[in-house]
Write a protein that binds this ligand. Structure first.
Ligand code: B16
Ligand code: MG
Length: 217
């Protein structure tokens, strides 16, 4: 293989970034912590317990480890209930075509999602078998913005990071991709993702010929 494209899941291939937001919002409201879409940006791409810690920084009291575990479980069961309703129709436009175009060009594909629900979501979306390698978030020790998950996927694909492109909707993810030594494409808001090498409004705007240089093949 000449190159690889490594995708984030939530917010890149489907709109679960908003589903995560809804589940965190409900929890924050319950415990009286102010929470809005702007604050939610700092949670995007960040794993479950680290996200909870960021929310609890704004709480009026300290929470024990047991309480934190219970809160994280509550958020997760809300989230899981919401994604049970997901299906292939919830894939962002262009995802299937992009994966097929990459395969046709001989480019490897990987998934680097921090979500422990990633496999279940991929199955619901009907794309569980479409990647050459899917990271197991439960075996990643350090959350984004640490590069560990992207480095792990590149190594499993057998592609050097310099020939990998990472695709992310979160600032923490862009930082992780760059720290892994890869080029970063942001999907979404150009202001929030200004550190990316290119920002596209949507995954459907990803043109294989523009980003994957034939010289690598
Ligand atoms: P879970 P990604 C991340 O997924 C989400 O962006 C983030 O909001 C979420 O907290 C994290 O997964 C953990 O998810 O609670 O399902 O394990 O963007 O890396 O695909
Ligand atoms: Mg994401």
């Amino acid at each position: 293989p000449c190159a690889a494209v490594i995708f984030d899941l939530d917010g890149v291939l489907t709109d679960t970034a908003h589903t995560h937001y809804q589940a965190w919002k409900r929890l924050a409201d319950d415990i009286g912590v102010p929470f809005d879409l702007q604050f939610n940006e700092s949670l995007k791409g960040v794993d479950r317990m680290a996200s909870l810690d960021i929310i609890l920084e704004r709480a009026s009291r300290a929470y024990s480890q047991d309480e934190k575990r219970a809160l994280a479980e509550r958020k997760n069961s809300d989230y899981v209930q919401m994604i049970e309703r997901f299906g292939p129709q919830d894939l962002f436009a262009g995802v299937k075509e992009l994966l097929a175009a990459l395969r046709a060009a001989g480019v490897k594909t990987g998934l680097a999602s921090a979500s422990r629900n990633a496999l279940r979501l991929l199955e619901r979306l009907g794309i569980a078998g479409e990647f050459d390698y899917v990271a197991d978030a439960s075996r990643i020790a350090r959350a984004k913005p640490d590069p560990e998950i992207f480095i792990t996927v590149a190594a499993a694909l057998g592609v050097p990071p310099s020939l990998c492109i990472g695709v992310e909707d979160a600032a923490a993810g862009i930082t992780a991709i760059h720290a892994a030594g890869m080029a970063a494409i942001g999907i979404g808001d150009a202001h929030a993702l200004h550190e990316a090498d290119a920002v596209l409004p949507a995954i459907a705007d990803f043109e294989v010929s523009r980003f994957v240089r034939p010289a690598h093949c």
